[in-house]
Design a protein around this ligand. Structure first.
Ligand code: ZN
Ligand code: ZN
Length: 322
Protein backbone atom coordinates (compact mmCIF):
# COMPACT_ATOMS: atom_id res chain seq x y z
CA UNK A 1 0.00 0.00 0.00
CA UNK A 2 1.44 3.41 -0.90
CA UNK A 3 1.62 6.22 1.60
CA UNK A 4 0.39 9.53 0.23
CA UNK A 5 0.76 13.00 1.69
CA UNK A 6 -2.49 15.01 1.28
CA UNK A 7 -2.37 18.20 -0.82
CA UNK A 8 -0.83 21.18 0.97
CA UNK A 9 -3.25 23.75 2.44
CA UNK A 10 -1.71 26.69 0.56
CA UNK A 11 1.03 27.58 -1.88
CA UNK A 12 3.94 29.02 0.10
CA UNK A 13 5.48 30.96 -2.78
CA UNK A 14 2.24 32.70 -3.71
CA UNK A 15 1.86 34.02 -0.17
CA UNK A 16 5.57 34.74 0.40
CA UNK A 17 7.16 35.37 -3.03
CA UNK A 18 10.68 35.24 -1.54
CA UNK A 19 10.16 31.50 -1.06
CA UNK A 20 9.93 30.89 -4.81
CA UNK A 21 12.56 28.37 -5.83
CA UNK A 22 13.40 27.47 -2.24
CA UNK A 23 11.58 24.18 -1.96
CA UNK A 24 13.61 20.97 -2.05
CA UNK A 25 12.62 17.39 -2.71
CA UNK A 26 12.83 14.98 0.18
CA UNK A 27 12.04 11.28 0.12
CA UNK A 28 9.91 10.32 3.08
CA UNK A 29 10.85 6.73 3.76
CA UNK A 30 7.65 5.76 5.58
CA UNK A 31 8.99 2.75 7.48
CA UNK A 32 6.27 0.37 8.67
CA UNK A 33 6.74 -2.95 10.50
CA UNK A 34 7.20 -5.85 8.11
CA UNK A 35 9.57 -8.56 6.95
CA UNK A 36 12.00 -6.92 4.50
CA UNK A 37 14.50 -9.05 2.57
CA UNK A 38 18.12 -8.23 1.70
CA UNK A 39 16.91 -7.21 -1.76
CA UNK A 40 14.62 -4.50 -0.39
CA UNK A 41 15.09 -1.12 1.20
CA UNK A 42 14.40 -1.30 4.91
CA UNK A 43 14.84 0.07 8.39
CA UNK A 44 16.21 -2.48 10.84
CA UNK A 45 16.11 -5.18 8.16
CA UNK A 46 18.69 -7.63 6.85
CA UNK A 47 21.52 -6.18 4.77
CA UNK A 48 22.89 -7.34 1.44
CA UNK A 49 26.34 -8.03 2.90
CA UNK A 50 29.10 -9.94 1.17
CA UNK A 51 29.76 -13.29 2.86
CA UNK A 52 33.52 -12.68 2.63
CA UNK A 53 33.54 -9.21 4.19
CA UNK A 54 33.94 -8.76 7.96
CA UNK A 55 30.76 -7.42 9.57
CA UNK A 56 30.91 -3.81 10.80
CA UNK A 57 31.97 -3.61 14.44
CA UNK A 58 32.71 -1.14 17.21
CA UNK A 59 35.50 -1.54 19.74
CA UNK A 60 34.60 1.31 22.07
CA UNK A 61 34.04 0.42 25.69
CA UNK A 62 30.57 0.86 27.12
CA UNK A 63 31.08 0.74 30.84
CA UNK A 64 28.23 3.00 31.93
CA UNK A 65 25.52 1.29 34.02
CA UNK A 66 23.28 0.15 31.21
CA UNK A 67 20.35 -2.20 31.81
CA UNK A 68 21.69 -4.73 29.35
CA UNK A 69 19.21 -6.70 27.29
CA UNK A 70 19.81 -9.32 24.66
CA UNK A 71 18.38 -8.62 21.19
CA UNK A 72 15.97 -11.52 21.77
CA UNK A 73 14.77 -9.91 24.99
CA UNK A 74 14.12 -6.67 23.12
CA UNK A 75 11.96 -8.61 20.65
CA UNK A 76 10.15 -10.36 23.50
CA UNK A 77 9.39 -7.03 25.21
CA UNK A 78 7.95 -5.64 22.01
CA UNK A 79 5.84 -8.71 21.40
CA UNK A 80 4.39 -8.51 24.92
CA UNK A 81 3.82 -4.74 24.73
CA UNK A 82 1.85 -5.27 21.51
CA UNK A 83 -0.56 -7.65 23.27
CA UNK A 84 -3.80 -6.26 24.59
CA UNK A 85 -3.93 -8.75 27.41
CA UNK A 86 -0.92 -9.77 29.49
CA UNK A 87 -0.70 -13.00 31.40
CA UNK A 88 0.98 -13.25 34.81
CA UNK A 89 3.97 -14.79 33.00
CA UNK A 90 4.14 -11.79 30.66
CA UNK A 91 4.28 -9.40 33.63
CA UNK A 92 7.01 -11.46 35.25
CA UNK A 93 8.97 -11.67 32.01
CA UNK A 94 8.82 -7.90 31.43
CA UNK A 95 9.99 -7.19 34.99
CA UNK A 96 12.82 -9.67 34.67
CA UNK A 97 14.02 -8.26 31.34
CA UNK A 98 13.81 -4.65 32.51
CA UNK A 99 16.15 -5.31 35.43
CA UNK A 100 18.88 -5.95 32.87
CA UNK A 101 21.96 -8.14 32.94
CA UNK A 102 25.06 -7.38 34.97
CA UNK A 103 27.26 -4.96 32.97
CA UNK A 104 30.27 -7.10 33.83
CA UNK A 105 28.88 -9.65 31.37
CA UNK A 106 29.64 -7.33 28.45
CA UNK A 107 32.31 -9.06 26.44
CA UNK A 108 35.53 -7.19 25.80
CA UNK A 109 36.70 -6.41 22.34
CA UNK A 110 34.84 -5.44 19.19
CA UNK A 111 31.12 -6.02 19.08
CA UNK A 112 28.91 -6.17 15.99
CA UNK A 113 26.89 -3.14 14.94
CA UNK A 114 23.21 -3.53 14.12
CA UNK A 115 21.48 -2.60 10.84
CA UNK A 116 19.69 0.76 10.93
CA UNK A 117 18.78 1.28 7.28
CA UNK A 118 19.38 -0.12 3.84
CA UNK A 119 18.50 2.13 0.91
CA UNK A 120 18.48 1.07 -2.74
CA UNK A 121 19.07 3.91 -5.20
CA UNK A 122 15.83 3.02 -7.04
CA UNK A 123 13.81 3.90 -3.91
CA UNK A 124 15.54 7.17 -2.99
CA UNK A 125 15.97 9.23 -6.17
CA UNK A 126 18.23 12.20 -5.63
CA UNK A 127 20.35 10.62 -2.91
CA UNK A 128 23.96 11.38 -3.87
CA UNK A 129 25.29 7.86 -4.45
CA UNK A 130 29.00 7.74 -5.26
CA UNK A 131 29.65 6.69 -8.84
CA UNK A 132 29.04 3.01 -9.50
CA UNK A 133 27.11 2.42 -6.29
CA UNK A 134 23.40 1.74 -5.84
CA UNK A 135 23.07 0.68 -2.22
CA UNK A 136 23.58 2.56 1.05
CA UNK A 137 23.73 0.73 4.37
CA UNK A 138 23.73 2.42 7.78
CA UNK A 139 24.72 0.56 10.94
CA UNK A 140 25.25 1.68 14.51
CA UNK A 141 26.24 0.52 17.94
CA UNK A 142 23.16 0.01 20.16
CA UNK A 143 24.41 1.96 23.18
CA UNK A 144 23.46 5.49 24.17
CA UNK A 145 25.23 8.65 23.05
CA UNK A 146 25.25 7.80 19.36
CA UNK A 147 24.87 11.53 18.79
CA UNK A 148 28.12 12.32 20.57
CA UNK A 149 30.15 9.94 18.52
CA UNK A 150 30.42 11.70 15.24
CA UNK A 151 33.21 10.38 13.13
CA UNK A 152 33.59 7.30 15.31
CA UNK A 153 33.15 3.68 14.35
CA UNK A 154 29.93 3.54 16.38
CA UNK A 155 28.02 4.76 13.29
CA UNK A 156 29.07 3.41 9.92
CA UNK A 157 27.89 3.91 6.36
CA UNK A 158 28.59 1.48 3.51
CA UNK A 159 28.09 2.47 -0.12
CA UNK A 160 27.97 -0.57 -2.36
CA UNK A 161 27.29 -1.77 -5.84
CA UNK A 162 24.77 -4.57 -5.31
CA UNK A 163 26.09 -6.39 -8.37
CA UNK A 164 29.46 -6.79 -6.60
CA UNK A 165 27.93 -8.88 -3.83
CA UNK A 166 28.31 -12.40 -5.17
CA UNK A 167 27.61 -14.50 -2.12
CA UNK A 168 25.34 -12.91 0.48
CA UNK A 169 26.00 -13.35 4.19
CA UNK A 170 23.08 -15.30 5.51
CA UNK A 171 23.15 -14.80 9.19
CA UNK A 172 24.43 -11.45 10.35
CA UNK A 173 26.15 -11.46 13.74
CA UNK A 174 24.24 -9.74 16.54
CA UNK A 175 25.72 -8.15 19.64
CA UNK A 176 25.24 -10.27 22.77
CA UNK A 177 23.68 -7.30 24.56
CA UNK A 178 22.29 -3.91 23.67
CA UNK A 179 22.56 -0.89 25.98
CA UNK A 180 19.15 0.51 25.09
CA UNK A 181 16.24 -0.85 23.08
CA UNK A 182 15.64 2.70 21.81
CA UNK A 183 18.43 2.21 19.28
CA UNK A 184 17.13 -1.14 18.02
CA UNK A 185 14.77 -0.53 15.10
CA UNK A 186 11.73 -2.72 14.59
CA UNK A 187 12.25 -4.37 11.17
CA UNK A 188 10.33 -2.21 8.72
CA UNK A 189 9.62 -2.17 5.00
CA UNK A 190 9.61 1.24 3.34
CA UNK A 191 6.92 3.04 1.35
CA UNK A 192 8.98 5.93 -0.05
CA UNK A 193 7.21 9.06 -1.19
CA UNK A 194 8.80 12.16 -2.66
CA UNK A 195 7.47 15.48 -1.43
CA UNK A 196 8.59 19.11 -1.59
CA UNK A 197 9.50 21.00 1.55
CA UNK A 198 10.63 24.52 2.44
CA UNK A 199 13.34 25.47 4.93
CA UNK A 200 12.68 25.67 8.65
CA UNK A 201 12.09 29.28 9.67
CA UNK A 202 15.42 29.49 11.50
CA UNK A 203 17.11 28.93 8.13
CA UNK A 204 15.26 31.88 6.54
CA UNK A 205 15.93 35.59 6.55
CA UNK A 206 14.75 36.82 10.01
CA UNK A 207 12.39 39.39 8.52
CA UNK A 208 10.69 36.78 6.34
CA UNK A 209 10.57 34.34 9.27
CA UNK A 210 8.85 37.01 11.40
CA UNK A 211 6.23 37.64 8.69
CA UNK A 212 5.61 33.91 8.39
CA UNK A 213 5.20 33.63 12.17
CA UNK A 214 2.72 36.52 12.27
CA UNK A 215 0.54 34.74 9.68
CA UNK A 216 0.46 31.43 11.55
CA UNK A 217 -3.02 30.74 12.88
CA UNK A 218 -3.62 27.01 13.11
CA UNK A 219 -0.51 25.12 14.03
CA UNK A 220 -1.15 22.21 11.74
CA UNK A 221 -2.12 24.14 8.61
CA UNK A 222 0.49 26.86 8.83
CA UNK A 223 3.95 27.11 7.30
CA UNK A 224 5.77 25.35 10.08
CA UNK A 225 3.51 22.33 10.28
CA UNK A 226 2.43 21.93 6.68
CA UNK A 227 5.06 23.44 4.36
CA UNK A 228 8.47 23.58 5.96
CA UNK A 229 10.55 20.53 6.82
CA UNK A 230 8.57 17.26 6.58
CA UNK A 231 8.60 15.02 9.65
CA UNK A 232 9.71 11.40 9.99
CA UNK A 233 12.48 9.26 8.51
CA UNK A 234 13.59 10.69 5.18
CA UNK A 235 16.46 11.43 2.82
CA UNK A 236 17.55 14.76 1.33
CA UNK A 237 15.53 17.90 1.89
CA UNK A 238 16.39 20.64 4.37
CA UNK A 239 17.96 20.60 7.83
CA UNK A 240 15.61 19.55 10.63
CA UNK A 241 13.54 22.32 12.21
CA UNK A 242 14.55 21.98 15.83
CA UNK A 243 18.21 22.59 16.23
CA UNK A 244 21.02 22.85 18.71
CA UNK A 245 23.28 24.36 16.09
CA UNK A 246 21.80 27.89 16.05
CA UNK A 247 24.99 29.33 17.45
CA UNK A 248 27.37 27.23 15.38
CA UNK A 249 25.74 27.82 11.99
CA UNK A 250 27.00 25.82 9.05
CA UNK A 251 30.51 25.55 10.56
CA UNK A 252 29.42 22.52 12.47
CA UNK A 253 28.27 20.78 9.32
CA UNK A 254 31.62 21.00 7.56
CA UNK A 255 33.23 17.84 6.25
CA UNK A 256 36.23 16.98 8.44
CA UNK A 257 38.18 15.93 5.37
CA UNK A 258 37.64 18.78 2.88
CA UNK A 259 35.65 21.47 4.78
CA UNK A 260 32.72 21.52 2.37
CA UNK A 261 29.40 22.25 4.09
CA UNK A 262 27.39 19.00 4.31
CA UNK A 263 23.95 18.48 2.78
CA UNK A 264 21.20 16.52 4.56
CA UNK A 265 21.54 12.83 3.65
CA UNK A 266 19.36 10.90 6.06
CA UNK A 267 17.12 11.98 8.92
CA UNK A 268 16.23 9.52 11.65
CA UNK A 269 13.25 10.82 13.57
CA UNK A 270 11.39 9.69 16.64
CA UNK A 271 7.90 10.24 15.20
CA UNK A 272 6.53 10.07 11.67
CA UNK A 273 4.22 13.01 12.47
CA UNK A 274 2.86 14.81 15.52
CA UNK A 275 0.07 17.26 16.35
CA UNK A 276 1.80 20.10 14.49
CA UNK A 277 2.56 18.02 11.39
CA UNK A 278 -0.67 16.01 11.33
CA UNK A 279 -1.46 17.42 7.86
CA UNK A 280 1.37 15.19 6.65
CA UNK A 281 -0.15 12.00 8.00
CA UNK A 282 -0.72 9.77 4.95
CA UNK A 283 -4.27 9.63 3.66
CA UNK A 284 -4.10 5.82 3.93
CA UNK A 285 -3.59 5.94 7.71
CA UNK A 286 -6.06 6.71 10.47
CA UNK A 287 -5.75 9.35 13.17
CA UNK A 288 -4.84 6.76 15.76
CA UNK A 289 -2.19 4.96 13.65
CA UNK A 290 1.16 4.53 15.38
CA UNK A 291 3.45 7.51 14.84
CA UNK A 292 6.51 5.58 16.01
CA UNK A 293 6.70 2.47 13.81
CA UNK A 294 10.47 1.96 14.15
CA UNK A 295 10.57 2.45 17.96
CA UNK A 296 13.88 4.26 17.51
CA UNK A 297 14.44 7.21 19.82
CA UNK A 298 17.60 9.23 19.60
CA UNK A 299 18.35 11.62 22.43
CA UNK A 300 14.92 11.52 24.08
CA UNK A 301 12.87 12.22 21.02
CA UNK A 302 14.92 14.56 18.87
CA UNK A 303 16.09 13.56 15.45
CA UNK A 304 19.47 12.55 14.15
CA UNK A 305 20.60 13.88 10.81
CA UNK A 306 23.49 12.69 8.71
CA UNK A 307 25.06 15.36 6.52
CA UNK A 308 26.95 14.15 3.49
CA UNK A 309 29.93 15.85 1.92
CA UNK A 310 28.85 17.41 -1.42
CA UNK A 311 32.34 16.93 -2.89
CA UNK A 312 32.63 13.22 -2.14
CA UNK A 313 29.83 11.25 -0.45
CA UNK A 314 32.41 8.75 0.75
CA UNK A 315 33.90 11.31 3.13
CA UNK A 316 32.70 10.53 6.65
CA UNK A 317 29.27 12.12 7.19
CA UNK A 318 28.70 14.69 9.91
CA UNK A 319 26.11 13.50 12.43
CA UNK A 320 23.98 16.08 14.22
CA UNK A 321 21.24 15.62 16.76
CA UNK A 322 18.54 18.25 16.48
ZN1 ZN B 1 30.04 0.03 20.61
ZN1 ZN C 1 34.46 16.17 2.06
Amino acid sequence: MPRTTPPRPFDAASVFPELAGMSRTTTRLRPRPGAPTVRESSVGGPLLWPADEPWASCSQEHDAPFALKTPDEVRTLRRIHAQEVWTAEDHAEVSRINIGHDPSLLPEGPHPLIPVAQLWARDVPGLPFPEDTDLLQVLWCPFIDIEDRRGSEAVQLRWRRAGDVAEVLDAAPEPLYVGTDELVPVPCVLHPEQVREYPATHDLDPDLAARIDSREEDRDTGYRGALSVAPGWKTGGWAAPFTFRDSGGPEELRCARCSAVGEPLLTIAHAEWDAETDSRRPIEEAHDASTTPTKVTVGRGYSLQFYVCPIDPRHLPVTVMQ
